[in-house]
Design a binder for this molecule. Structure first.
Ligand SMILES: NC(=O)c1ccc[n+]([C@@H]2O[C@H](COP(=O)([O-])OP(=O)(O)OC[C@H]3O[C@@H](n4cnc5c(N)ncnc54)[C@H](OP(=O)(O)O)[C@@H]3O)[C@@H](O)[C@H]2O)c1
Length: 292
């Protein structure tokens, strides 16, 4: 199976390449398509850039996802996260190729009282422009391509660090912990921390098993507030720093964040495979980066 990979240098993109090279998925070949080869913000160039290529599937890891910056750049967000996604889905339909797209837990959040993990069929309701643009991307690509796999993922950490965000939360907590010795971290936003290494394996497994089209929630199991996640990072690395909980009000941000956006993985567990608890994934990440 020939698979094109857009966004190959990001956290997830690089772990997809690592997972494929680990020979667990030798039946797949991954061809990276960098931003230099195709800038998806230039939507009109998508068809011509891909028309000469032959492929059976395309995985789209591109995204404009600096959540606060996106609030003031809705046009670019809609272009990259929705209209480009629609164009990619259309090209895949023409090529009879499977389209694999990565979405987010931030399609949820409007239900302020929610405290149980979201299933795929639960009503969406973003609370920021980024979430709205990703939701539009899901919907437009679903209209354009019936053989669509959408993976809603969350709070990613991968050894390459998010190129679009400048690092990842784990690295930021380690740096701040070492530099400051005291951290204050929000405790009123609950989410699903997820290792891109585990996600990459799940996505390649889904492709190679030719699982049914649809939306799949794909996160490490369990849930955490950012404070709990930071505490685990500091404890596991043995950094001498305090981690104090605080409320989101103490750290006002340009974009609103969901208070609760935990995803329920049952569908992926039944159809593709289980994902281990985030604590185990975090430990593996810290070992891979030689922090422990
Ligand atoms: N990070 C998270 O916490 C998180 C949470 C929920 C959902 N997600 C979703 O998960 C997916 C992967 O995230 P990630 O953390 O792996 O992202 P990332 O590290 O920022 O990587 C994004 C990749 O997309 C490429 N890209 C961005 N804009 C592009 C454009 N206009 N044209 C071509 N390529 C472009 C980047 O290229 P360059 O290397 O050239 O910049 C990079 O390779 C995204 O869809 C994101 O929305 C992420």
């Amino acid at each position: 199976m020939k698979v094109l990979l857009l966004g190959p240098n990001g956290q997830l993109g690089s772990d997809l390449q690592r997972a494929q090279q680990a020979a667990f998925h030798s039946e797949l070949t991954l061809t990276p398509i960098s931003r230099e080869q195709l800038d998806v913000a230039n939507v009109d160039s998508i068809r011509s850039a891909l028309s000469q290529l032959s492929f059976d599937a395309l995985i789209n890891c591109t995204s404009y996802h600096k959540t606060d910056e996106v609030e003031d750049n809705a046009t670019l967000a809609m272009t990259v996260n929705a209209h480009a996604v629609q164009a990619l889905a259309e090209v895949c339909t023409e090529k009879r190729a499977r389209f694999v797209h990565i979405s987010t837990d931030y399609v949820f959040g409007a239900d302020a009282k929610r405290n149980t993990a979201y299933a795929e069929a639960d009503p969406t309701g973003p609370v920021n422009v980024y979430g709205a643009s990703k939701l539009l991307g899901e919907n437009l690509s679903r209209l354009a391509n019936e053989d669509l796999l959408v993976f809603r993922v969350a709070s990613l950490f991968g050894v390459s660090g998010a190129s679009g965000k400048g690092g990842n939360f784990v690295e930021t907590m380690i740096r701040f912990g070492q530099e400051r010795g005291a951290l204050k971290v929000v405790a009123d936003q609950i989410m699903s921390p997820t290792a891109t290494a585990d996600l990459a394996t799940l996505i390649l497994t889904a492709l190679s098993r030719e699982v049914p089209a649809g939306i799949y929630h794909a996160v490490n199991s369990g849930q955490a507030s950012w404070h709990e996640f930071a505490s685990a990072i500091i404890e596991l690395t043995g950094i001498d720093a305090s981690v104090t909980p605080c409320s989101s009000d103490e750290f006002p941000t340009r974009a609103r964040r969901p208070a609760f956006s935990v995803l329920n993985n049952h569908l992926a567990s039944k159809t593709i495979g289980t994902m281990r608890p985030w604590q185990d994934a975090l430990q593996a990440y810290l070992k891979a980066k030689h922090y422990i």
